[in-house]
Design a protein around this ligand. Sequence first.
Ligand code: FES
Ligand SMILES: [Fe+2]
Length: 453
Amino acid sequence: MLSHQDNERLVRVGPGTPMGTLMRAYWIPFLPSADLERDGTPVRVRLLGEDLVAFRDTQGRVGLVDHACPHRAAPMVFGRNEEGGLRCVYHGWKFAYDGSMLDTPAEPEGSLLRKHLKIPSYPCVERMGVVWTWMGPADREPPPLPDFEWNMVPAENRVLTFRIQECNWLQALEGEIDSAHAPVLHGRIDGQGEINGWIAARNLRPSFHCLTQPFGLSIASRRELDEHSAYWRVNQFLMPFFTLVPPQAKYSELSGHAWVPIDDENTLAIMFSYHPSQPMYPRSREVMENGHAGRETGHASVNAFEPDNPMQPFAKYRTRFRRDNGYRFDPELQRTAFFSGLPGLWVQDAACQSGVDRIVDRTKEHLGVTDTGIQKTRRLLLDHLKTLEASGTLPAGFDDAQTTMVRAVSITLTADTDWATACAEIMRAKPGQDFGYDLSDQPKSAPTTEAGA
Ligand code: FES
Ligand SMILES: [Fe+2]
């Protein structure tokens, strides 16, 4: 459990909050490049509680500006995106991608407004189909864009999906670094006989081993296979809100998320799956993009969406599985097919992560030994907040693009092998190079994949 005060420190991300200040030191991914067309319709964005609008100008540059026009606060999402800038439809003031003002057509000739006024804006960069922004203070230079392997491999090696999740960012993040839930929540019971037998047949009791790293935390879970060998899954938490999950089976890939806070109560779940050295297996891509047998996999499929009106942030990424329809929980499905009764893999995660409230009261929880990684992650974040407040010092490595070049790992080792030593080299990301170990010995009883069906 956490004190109310520590919980508040972790979950609140708006301007001026401790966690909001920490997150604003980092580059934040927030849209697929393809969502922004030159002179195309602007897109409503909200990040860290700030209401914004993104657009691509005539020259292809991306602007991310305040949603409220600085004249009299008309919504900039209705703006006309034309001839090098975004023009407010109320009185026609026009702004460039960097926020500078280009035109005030209703003002007198010679008005100096244009020279003095800007619309608040944040710098954006693009890499391999993803738009990133940096929301740090205007008087500071942004660090280099971090190197993440998922954002460096060619498009054919990767599947990337976006969806809104209706809960605080930390609940979502904690769901993914917790590998004890996978064989339970994501289990299938069809054709498996008695439910007690189904539970007994699985090794549901991993032990957890955490290692603080320059990028964040390695969270290793160990399941004994027999007296000579153990199966290790090493998930990674990367500052401030990234997770990495290892491959699951021989024909598998790395996966993970950026859990980007839209505000305190909503998260943009950006999921990536990728193979470091070759195109995705066609069958993997097919089920991730289109779903499997009418159900959702780890990725939000093309069938998952029910877009909101365009004034709402990330309207396109609202899904059909929400709090207001109970995530389409189906008791019949629970009796016959899925342990959870929730229709699809990410839906199962989202329903449990979103909990009884969008911001759960962590003073009421009771953590077990399988929650070690979660506890350590909270502690790490709280320590970073403390240091930042005491001395203004940001986490080491935040401005080193290479810090994030890591992989998650799933490997069978002999019983007495030290996992941290054995995995040190294969945890390093090397774009274009294979996993560096044999994936064919993934045990059949391994936890259900986060990405596949
Ligand atoms: S409110 Fe935007 S130009 Fe007047
Ligand atoms: Fe899960």
